[in-house]
Design a protein around this ligand. Structure first.
Ligand code: ATP
Length: 345
């Protein structure tokens, strides 16, 4: 659907060139929700604005629906942009126009007849749940409702792709959830491919199928959301997911490990293990085997369990005590069952 090849973007800043994007390669598949996450200044907005050439890249290619956007004439580009809707953080609504007329605007600009516009806009307002507010002005509706208008407007030209530039950053957590649910509905029911940028892993967790982590204008890591959450490779990714899956164990765990190690019997060793599991491995009776078959003592010291798009994932910090060979066998057994095991100490 979207293919970015070796994309670079350099701004001419007051203090010299700023290399905002450096050799980005990525592919967004048709029908998916693709998230791009990074800290402030990482290059997210620069990247998403390259996808419809609101920013003109300094190098590389942007191919959308098989067409290289950089090669298109102005007229062709205007037509291609109708396939790419965009939603903005600050909504960008016209205050002098009603909700209905804001959604109708791109259709008026495209020269569509009035009755046709009505036929197009009315179901869109129903889709976003604003049909009862069609005659209100932006100043008379809430932030979440404004973003619903923004989404309906972006869908007016029946785009194949919807770009979302921090669409929920100005909203409270509950409204954020409802707007993300709406974007998911647009994706599922209308088959629109969604590319969204955000600085919050919570947003990625709720809605994205795949994610790219961007840092210093480069892609640091990319993969399915469940993969990236359970097996983060880069420090930047670990720090971003820390808000959802803490990477460090609390200090109380060390104290507890110390206490437990004092109680070890002769011939026993103790080992603190961090287990991460996702999908199928989450449903296996992973710990009971270690207790029953290997005769280990297990103390669960810390843990959490969560869900990403109907897939369970979790992490546990477990203190295992028993014969050394049996602990080794336990680690092998866990790994064979798809559980990631980190031997802490
Ligand atoms: N018009 C511009 N002129 C010069 N430098 C710019 C311009 N726009 C962005 N930059 C710089 O490019 C880099 C990437 O900016 P960008 O806005 O893409 O990051 P971002 O990840 O979207 O950050 P934020 O979340 O804070 O919006 C930053 O160093 C920024 O200062």
């Amino acid at each position: 659907m979207i293919e970015i090849r070796d994309l670079s973007l350099t701004y001419q800043g007051p203090k010299g060139p700023v290399h905002a994007l450096r050799g980005i390669d990525l592919q967004v598949r048709s029908g998916e929700v693709f998230g791009i996450i990074g800290r402030s200044g990482a290059g997210k907005s620069s990247l998403v604005r390259c996808l419809n050439l609101l920013n003109r890249p300094t190098g590389g290619q942007v191919i959308v629906g098989g067409r290289d956007l950089m090669q298109l004439s102005e007229t062709e580009l205007r037509a291609a942009r109708r396939d790419i809707g965009m939603v903005f953080q600050h909504f960008n609504l016209l205050s002098s126009r009603t909700v209905f007329d804001n959604v109708a605007l791109p259709l008026e600009l495209a020269g569509m007849a009035k009755n046709e516009i009505r036929q197009r806009v009315t179901p869109l307002l129903e889709l976003v749940g604003l049909d009862h507010l069609a005659d209100r002005y932006p100043a008379q509706i809430s932030g979440g409702q404004k973003q619903r208008v923004g989404i309906a407007r972006a869908l007016a030209s029946h785009p194949k792709v919807l770009l979302s530039d921090e669409a929920t950053s100005a909203l409270d957590p509950e409204t954020t959830r409802s707007i993300l649910d709406l974007l998911r509905k647009v994706n599922r029911e209308l088959g629109v491919t969604v590319v969204l940028i955000t600085h919050q892993m919570q947003v990625i967790k709720q809605i994205a199928d795949r994610v790219a982590v961007i840092d210093g204008g480069r892609i640091a890591e990319m993969g399915s959301v469940i993969e990236v959450f359970t097996r983060p490779q880069q420090a930047i990714t670990k720090s971003l997911i820390d808000e959802i899956v803490p990477q460090e164990l609390p200090a109380s765990v060390s104290a507890r490990v110390h206490q437990l190690s004092q109680k070890l019997q002769a011939g026993q060793v103790g080992q603190l293990l961090r287990l991460s599991y996702a999908g199928e491995s989450a449903y296996q009776p992973i710990l009971s085997h270690l207790i029953r078959e290997l005769g280990l003592d297990l103390s669960i010291l810390h843990g959490q369990i969560d869900e990403i798009q109907d897939q369970t994932f979790g992490s546990l910090a477990v203190y295992a005590s028993g014969e050394p060979a049996r602990i080794e066998a336990a680690v092998t057994h866990l790994r064979a069952g798809g559980v990631q095991v980190q031997i802490v100490h």
